[in-house]
Design a protein around this ligand. Sequence first.
Ligand code: G3I
Length: 480
Amino acid sequence: MNNASARASGRPATRLRPRSALVSAVVGLALVATAVVVSSSASAATTLGASAAEKGRYFGAAIAANKLSDSTYVGILNREFNSVTPENEMKIDATEPQQNQFSFTNADRIVNHAISRGMKVRGHTLAWHSQQPGWMQNMSGTALRNAMLNHVTRVATYYRGKIDSWDVVNEAFADGGSGARRDSNLQRTGNDWIEAAFRAARAADPGAKLCYNDYNTDDWTHAKTQAVYRMVQDFKQRGVPIDCVGLQSHFNAQSPYPSNYRTTLSSFAALGVDVQITELDIEGSGTQQAETYRRVVQDCLAVPRCNGITVWGIRDSDSWRSYGTPLLFDNNGNKKQAYNATLEALNAGGTTPPPTTAPPTTSPTPPPTTSPTPPPPTTPPPGGGGCTASVTLNQWNGGFVATVRVTAGASQINGWTVGVSLPGGASVTGTWNAQASGTSGTVNFRNVNYNGTLSPGSSTEFGFQGTGTGPSATPTCTPN
Ligand code: G3I
């Protein structure tokens, strides 16, 4: 025992003779050196979640509710990860299998497991062309728009306060070089369906980060990446509530990790949003796979607003692409070379945490920089000048979504105000495509910049959602 360890042990140090003092000094130095090594390796985090947390980030996994009884699976989950994404349990077909009948049992199992252990939850996903229940697949137009907004509102409200980040809209852009939106029943309700979904999500859960999530958006030069970038830029300019972009990052030979990945991450971040790697998996094995994982982690750590990574499954056998062995644990739950590279890269990364994200903004929508074309007329012009308004209501116990159609009369109008009378106790919590004067009683909704001008007989729609009982009386409409 040397003096230091004697002090540490609380026992008195023995007086040393000169020769033994020299030996002791050498031994002491060795011990100090050992202590340094020990202490430096002791400070390196030994799990993915702990290491990411040291960098102000999370490291998550997509998980399945029906595997929470698998002890190997849960052991790895609880040890390694500090965030989860339900792989299928929060999708529309799972949470609203029949219209207006919500089912949260399996999603709750995941959310409760995560929250009771201090893990974050990424919600996936509120609006998507895929995995729609049959009733929604068969809908179109205003009915579908309302149903989508109702779904967003109900699910985000149910989980209010429990979700770190929501994938509000998933995979809305087409593959290939067009840079266009993906055709879908949701897209055919109007190009503004994405921003309407984001506004509804913000109103329902103001504390959650709201993300747009997509795949094949990793290569900065791809048309799809550029198209998503322009949409996010436009949303930020117009005040559409968006806080983050999710890059799914499913990599394989056909869709390899791009050398400009870091440019993509930093370019999105420069728009003022967080960037999250949301569904990472990398097909392959051995060193090739491990080094690609290392580069992905290095790229994320190099971008301050890349604040989390989620792998799409735990063991290779849990993957939707199990044949490609794309994950960090083998079928038996053993750590792979890819795991070691990932942990090393996390531990080696900069220690500067990302800036604390400002709480999501709820400021009113500033004027748009582009002017979407109002929908074509669908009803005959009412006689005379002026305008009329009609409301379609989706009511449930405790809340509603109202869609209001404003139609010009025989003359063009250059602005409109719609007066809606709300029953006692009802309150407006969010509005899209209009500016509300208040939240209760008679609320006046005024056009925003891009939908005030209506040619004779043409119409436009705006909407709002609220708590309580929605309006039953026909709204008034007055040209400005
Ligand atoms: O649970 C049923 C089972 O009872 C039934 O016997 C079996 C027969 O087909 O199907 C099982 O459900 C499957 C489900 O995964 C659970 O394994 C569905 O058929 C299957 O379609 C579903 O696939 C999911 C896929 O999304 C559907 O689009 C994958 O698990 C899921 O990993 C995958 O996740 C997507 C993200 O949401 C979005 N990005 C791409 C990613 C990979 O496709």
